[in-house]
Design a protein around this ligand. Structure first.
Ligand code: GDP
Ligand code: IMO
Ligand code: MG
Length: 424
């Protein structure tokens, strides 16, 4: 009755979509447990590329039931568009299940995300402007609307009227925007309600029944450990809990079900949006890394910031998530460099930190301490067995494993499902 958790160990975009798709081959359920359409997960199988925002990455397999769990925030219009797209591409989405406890992203959440970012000026977070933060804020403030509210329009309207009074006051008086009309929102969401009705399920009960039958559930994280609201680089984080603990609250499973916690880890580091990034490269090497790795956002198209591998973060992610293994991605991108650097500690004020520093100011000013390793130069995208990788590439992987303290079980050498090498 195992559950497996798949979690990003950095600032997102580690390749969770590819890893989930690959590992979904022998599971029965794939569950998104937090985040919303701020996520962008890419899957490539054959000549087909899917960019998923809300639908779990197991959707390519007919034997997988994709589940959107309690902890997710759903923009229903966006979800329906994504489903239509998948159907147009010939995929069957009829097995999708959506939790009635998931919160709804409303038009005022999207608007507030945009105007508050503008208001913050130079302090802005660089959010995806999808309304994620304002929706989770309302959830915590207990004024959110949930998917289940769509199926009692009287309650939906009551809750909407109450919350909209406050939202409109803020939008018009603080941000000088036009107020929104409850009737328009109700009409729009009533249409979504009908279209989503076939997918709504008691997802928590469904997953427990599956585990009781001995089936396997894969919990697919969005974002990453350093974007976690509690454990990331606050305030430059998202508003949910991508870490392994969030997989439990976001799906309704308990810790005793979890057998594996797989950390998806890029062979270097990227970040979209604002916030500290000790190993960031702002030079030609960085530009090369961006281009070779095609580091442009799946959701917003923004250029991702790039930097050398950071083992301090890897160690931190191993602890916070209780990782049992790493899935290392994009090793092929490093073929472009003759010398590779790996950060094994930070220096600040004459002190060295092997572990994530306890105060934000130390992290903001941390100087990475690097070791250098020789590159391998050869194209490795066609390598089919781990032991056939150049010895320098194997030494690099060994080094990361030693520094992070968790076995690296998979090594990915290209975006396709087939470009994955199993190591142990
Ligand atoms: P996610 O948000 O963690 O699912 O990651 P994204 O899909 O946003 O970004 C990862 C990008 O890297 C996607 O374009 C993937 O197709 C691509 N990718 C994944 N694994 C590899 C790999 O091993 N090598 C290369 N070159 N690209 C990869
Ligand atoms: P996947 O699942 C990378 C970042 C945003 C911003 C911060 C807050 O594809 O890895 P938000 O809109 O969530 O309030 O923005 O979080 N961010 C991501 N960065 N990958 C993601 O998802 C992200 N989702 C949010 O860029 O810095
Ligand atoms: Mg992404």
């Amino acid at each position: 009755m195992p559950a497996h958790i798949l979690v990003g160990t950095q600032w997102g975009d580690e390749g969770k979509g590819k890893a989930t798709d690959l590992l979904a081959d022998d599971v029965q359920y794939v569950v998104r447990y937090q985040g919303g359409n701020n996520a962008g997960h890419t899957i490539i199988v054959g000549d087909r590329t899917l960019k998923l925002h809300l639908v779990p990455s197991g959707v390519m397999y007919p034997h997988v039931t994709p589940v959107i769990g309690d902890g997710v925030v759903i923009d229903p219009g966006v979800l329906l568009e994504e489903l239509d797209d998948l159907v147009d591409q010939g995929l069957d989405v009829s097995k999708l299940k959506i939790s009635g406890n998931a919160h709804l992203i409303m038009p005022y959440h999207r608007e507030l995300d945009r105007v508050t970012e503008r208001f913050l000026g130079r302090q802005k977070l660089g959010t995806t402007k999808r309304g994620i933060g304002p929706t989770y804020a309302d959830k915590a403030a207990r004024v959110g609307l949930r998917v289940q509210d769509l199926y009692d329009m009287k309650i939906f309207r009551q809750k909407l009227d109450t919350v909209l009074k406050e939202k409109n006051a803020v939008l018009s008086r603080v941000y000088n925007r036009l107020p929104m009309k409850a009737a328009d929102i109700e009409t729009e969401y009533a249409v979504y309600a009908e279209r989503l009705r076939p997918y709504i399920a008691d997802t928590m009960a469904l997953l427990h029944d599956a585990l009781d039958r001995g089936e396997t559930v894969l919990l697919e994280g969005a974002q990453g450990t350093l974007l976690d609201l509690d454990h990331g680089t606050y305030p430059f984080v998202t508003s949910s809990n991508p870490v392994a603990g969030g997989a439990l609250t976001g799906s309704g499973l308990g810790p005793r079900h979890v057998e594996r916690v797989i950390g998806i880890t890029k062979a270097y580091v990227t970040r979209v949006g604002s916030g500290p990034f000790p190993t960031e490269l702002r030079d030609e090497t960085g530009e090369r890394m961006t281009e070779v790795g095609q580091e442009y956002g799946t959701t917003t198209g923004r250029r991702r910031r790039v930097g050398w591998f950071d083992a301090v973060l890897a160690r931190y992610a191993a602890r916070v998530n209780g990782l049992t293994e790493h899935f290392l991605t994009k090793l092929d991108v490093l073929s472009a460099f003759s010398t590779l650097r790996v950060c094994h500690a930070y220096r600040y004020d004459d002190e060295e930190y092997e572990h994530f520093p306890p105060h934000q100011s130390i992290f903001h000013h941390a100087e990475p301490v690097y070791s250098e390793l020789p590159g391998w130069g050869d194209d490795i995208t066609q390598v089919t067995e781990y032991h056939l990788l150049p010895k320098e590439a194997q030494a690099y992987v060994d080094h990361l494993e030693e520094l992070s303290g968790v076995p690296i079980r998979y090594v990915s050498v290209g975006p396709a499902r087939s470009q994955t090498l199993e190591r142990h």
